[in-house]
Design a protein around this ligand. Structure first.
Ligand SMILES: Nc1nc2c(c(=O)[nH]1)N[C@H]1C(S)=C(S)[C@@H](COP(=O)(O)OP(=O)(O)OC[C@H]3O[C@@H](n4cnc5c(=O)[nH]c(N)nc54)[C@H](O)[C@@H]3O)O[C@H]1N2
Ligand SMILES: Nc1nc2c(c(=O)[nH]1)N[C@H]1C(S)=C(S)[C@@H](COP(=O)(O)OP(=O)(O)OC[C@H]3O[C@@H](n4cnc5c(=O)[nH]c(N)nc54)[C@H](O)[C@@H]3O)O[C@H]1N2
Ligand SMILES: [Mo]
Length: 807
């Protein structure tokens, strides 16, 4: 979230599009209700009339997979009707920047498309530069190459008629939403946007989010209380895992891992440090080398020296993506032989389950760390109908290592609002289970002993890792939290020669990190979580002096305890608030802190220094340059499996040309003659993924796999509520009870009636009451292709057939 949960109460308008917060985030959703009590309107845009829609002021049904069209239509409306926040757009976005003359968009493709590789040469997705290498701007916004004018041209195709044709949303409905959104272009009105997987799990997922972020920039809603673009995260600590770079190609704090191309430390730092492109901007990522070197000092301690480029050679270099979908493909291709699955019920959660089983069956060994006995830990079993698994053929050696769960450990959990919150252990773990950290520490100890005895490749790297815990096989949460925060490794002085830290003291700010080996941090954005004043994540003072939900004394919010990101943009260029009733920060002669911690330097008001200090330009981007792989502007592409077979905007380019897909999966693309219905998978409050299908109380509340279908489709197919139905795709099928509902309506899309079907994801093969799901998994039917940038599978939009079967 750019903002945070409590801040939602400050909004004038809440759009929930691409998520079902009342269902999947019922606790945080209370802030939406608070906002409503304050007079806010709630609009829900979703294929289903869901539990969030049930408390909305206005609900708009939309065809799954068509949000970009809707949102580009909104931008078209805002620009046509002059409903943007002009001062904000001019000064705080790249609207005025002149775009490379070579950039164009034609017949569904941006300039630079490589047909063979299905990717883009992005060199034209850039600014025009002057002779000094600075980006050219036209503050009058007249130049046709201004980003805003190219955007105007780009969205001109997204008329209300086109929106209706592609999305199925009636023009009247669409225009109502446009009008409500447009009201928040007033400097003192804000809209917040809440989303989750309804946006991300598409072949155009990243661009869905970009679309809304662009709207928020045009309306001047980023940085404002009650504004922002707010991802409601999934598992309770998924925010934490992302912050720590749990993707195999990331490092903590949103730094990437070097690749084979980054031969030296200098080359790598150069590649990840953005150049100045507009004079006098903060360009905070200037400091990247300080973050990286300090991380190396945490990883390798004294073994990271200036002479060995801070241990750069110890860091693994990646040669390709290693997301789970790639891993599955590599197993299938016989290129990956061992797999460690930690807290991951892969068999249930990855798409195209039959592919997952086939891939896992080729593993030589498989290690699973989980408190539960999951389907994944028994992937070699034939769970019944719809599974073509022959256990006798599977030779994989499986090791099951039982772990604790969060309630059996001290530690922190990070919520969607970036709050790092300490929690205490509630009870001891049962049986032989151990904390994950202990298990890995014991594996490390064992490897250490083996290396000592036998030597071997990688020993230098391995032995370089710092391991300064009181009990080496059981590091404590306090020790880890302090290590993550980071230390002064020498006495540190400021530029005036005053002592800031004694050697060994905990750092209080990432602004104090250095790239000369005198500081360490395990994650630069977490510096400040545990200082000489103690554990900041355990702070529990909820006083809120501004009344805006800014509780600086409650937990620690990264970065720097800031509650609203980009908050300098809530003031105009002279430092006056756009809304004087909702003021977060203010110049006080020394810095900009008021109620919140300012997202800006400590320089006095200067109209030339942009508020978006993390971008080299100092502004937010309505033209995303080369940062997003499938285009600097979002464009509507049909889902890979489309119910209409064409793209009304450009019939020659139907689906996302850069969609992430393996050749293997191309064989599984279904067509709408055999699979005419749009299917989406989703959650219900009563269950959490498939863990709770193993728990009696939850299975009593929601006993059995069901599918939701609209009344018109039910009638067409002769299905009554309670009938057993079979839902199938090219990947497989599942059987479930039919729920016939008014909550899903057929839509008219491109002159065709499109029916949508909903499949909740919670009952899998080990569901408690057997009847739950005899071998069926919702991921029997889902596809293994996905977003070009994030690799998120297209779980939310694919084609199926449905038919009635005997009970
Ligand atoms: N009770 C409970 N809560 C949970 C979870 C759980 O299992 N149980 N899981 C957690 C996890 S890991 C996550 S990631 C979050 C997910 O949180 P959400 O994303 O909110 O949950 P979903 O139910 O997957 O999907 C949300 C909505 O997206 C809609 N949708 C589908 N396709 C589209 C589309 O193309 N456009 C639009 N506008 N909407 C679409 C669906 O109809 C559905 O209402 O929930 C978390 N919270
Ligand atoms: N069709 C379809 N598929 C989906 C989705 C969808 O919307 N539709 N959503 C996707 C999303 S958003 C997500 S997040 C994934 C979820 O995919 P998974 O993360 O595989 O889902 P969970 O079932 O939550 O599995 C987590 C496992 O961690 C274990 N666990 C809990 N605590 C601990 C611990 O402290 N240590 C260890 N080692 N293990 C622990 C649990 O027992 C559980 O088995 O599913 C994805 N799959
Ligand atoms: Mo998730």
């Amino acid at each position: 979230m750019t903002n945070n949960w409590v801040d939602i109460k400050n909004a004038n308008l809440i759009i929930v599009q691409g998520g079902n917060a009342a269902e999947a985030h019922p606790v945080g959703f209370r802030w939406v209700i608070e906002a409503k009590k304050n007079g806010a309107k709630l609009i829900v845009i979703d294929p289903r009339f869901n539990r969030t829609a049930a408390v909305a002021d206005h609900y708009v049904p939309i065809r799954s997979g068509s949000d970009i069209t809707f949102l580009m239509g909104v931008i078209h409306y805002l620009l046509e009707n002059d409903k943007i926040q002009h001062e904000y757009v001019k000064h705080y976005t790249n609207a005025s920047f002149l775009i490379n003359e070579g950039f164009k968009f034609e017949d569904g493709l941006f300039s630079g498309f490589n047909q063979e590789k299905r990717n883009y040469d992005k060199s034209t997705w850039s600014y025009q530069l002057d002779e000094n290498g600075n980006a050219k701007r036209d503050m009058t916004l007249q130049n046709p190459r201004c980003a805003i004018n190219l955007l105007k041209e780009h969205v001109s195709r997204y008329t209300p008629e086109m929106v209706e044709q592609i999305t199925g949303v009636k023009q009247k409905d669409f225009l109502y939403v446009c009008e409500e959104i447009a009201k928040t272009s007033a400097p003192d009105k804000t809209m917040t946007h809440l989303y989750a997987l309804g946006f991300t799990e598409h072949s155009t997922g990243t661009q869905n989010i970009r679309s809304m972020a662009m709207i928020q920039l045009l309306l001047g809603n980023i940085g404002m209380p009650g504004g922002g673009i707010n991802a409601l995260r999934g598992h309770s600590n998924v925010q934490g895992t992302t912050d720590f770079g749990l993707l195999p190609t990331s490092l903590p704090g949103y730094m990437r891992l070097p690749t084979d191309k980054d031969a030296t430390f200098e080359q790598f730092i150069n590649a990840i440090t953005p150049k100045d492109i507009v004079p006098n901007q903060v360009n905070y990522y200037h400091n990247t080398s300080k973050f990286f070197v300090s991380t190396m000092k945490a990883f390798f301690g004294d073994k990271a020296t200036k002479e060995n480029s801070w241990g750069y050679d110890y860091v693994p270099k990646t040669d390709r993506l290693y997301d789970p979908m790639t891993q599955i493909q590599m197993m299938l291709d016989g290129k990956m032989h061992g797999w460690i699955c930690q807290g991951f019920n892969a068999l249930n959660s990855l798409p195209n389950k039959n592919k997952t089983v086939e891939a896992m069956s080729k593993l030589k060994y498989f290690i699973v760390l989980d408190p539960l006995q999951t389907e994944t830990s028994e992937f070699w079993k034939n769970f019944g109908e719809a599974n073509n698994v022959n256990s006798a053929d599977i030779q994989t050696e499986v090791f099951r290592l039982p772990t604790t769960c969060f309630a059996e450990e001290d530690g922190t959990i990070v919520n969607s609002g970036r709050w790092v919150q300490w929690h205490e252990k509630a009870c001891d773990q049962p049986g032989e289970s151990l904390p994950d950290v202990d298990i890995f520490s014991m594996i490390r100890e064992e490897m250490h002993n083996l290396y000592k005895k036998e030597g071997g490749r990688g020993i230098e790297q391995f032995e370089a890792i710092t391991w300064n815990y009181a009990v080496p096989h059981s590091p404590q949460a306090e020790e880890l939290a302090k290590e993550i925060n980071g230390y002064a490794l020498e006495d540190l002085y400021d530029t005036n020669g005053n002592l800031m830290y004694k050697k060994g003291q905990l750092l209080s700010s990432f602004a104090h990190l250095r790239d000369d080996g005198t500081t360490s941090t395990g994650n630069w954005i977490y510096v400040g979580q545990w200082t000489e004043k103690g554990n900041q994540t355990a702070n529990r003072d909820n006083s809120d002096p501004s009344g805006l939900g800014v509780t600086l004394g409650w937990a620690f919010a990264w970065p720097a305890n800031r509650r609203v990101l980009y908050n300098r943009a809530s003031l105009d260029i002279n430092g006056n608030p756009w809304d004087k009733h909702r003021q977060l920060i203010k110049w006080n002669g020394k810095n900009w802190n008021l109620h919140d911690i300012a997202d800006y330097g400590a320089a006095p008001p200067n109209a030339d220094v942009g508020p978006f200090i993390m971008s080299a330009e100092g502004v937010g981007r309505i033209f995303s340059l080369d940062k997003v792989g499938d285009g600097p502007f979002p464009e509507h592409y049909e889902p890979v499996e489309s119910p209409i077979d064409t793209n009304p905007l450009h019939p020659n380019v139907v689906a996302n040309p850069t969609v992430r897909i393996y050749d293997y999966d191309r064989g599984f693309i279904g067509t709408n003659d055999k699979f005419p219905y749009v299917c989406s998978t989703y959650r219900i409050t009563e269950h959490f993924h498939s863990w709770t299908a193993q728990s009696a109380l939850n299975i009593i509340a929601q006993p059995q796999q069901f599918v939701e279908i609209g009344e018109a489709l039910a009638q067409e197919k002769g299905i009554q509520k309670g009938d057993m139905v079979k839902v199938s795709s090219t990947r497989g099928y599942l059987k479930a009870v039919a729920v016939v509902t008014k909550r899903i309506k057929a839509l008219q899309v491109d002159g065709k009636t499109v029916h949508q079907i909903g499949v909740p994801i919670h009952w899998n093969m080990k569901a408690l009451n057997g009847k739950g799901n005899p071998g069926f998994s919702p991921n029997n039917i889902t596809p293994s292709w996905g977003d070009a940038n994030t690799q998120a599978p297209e779980y939310k939009t694919f084609l199926v057939n449905i038919e009635k079967v005997g009970a």
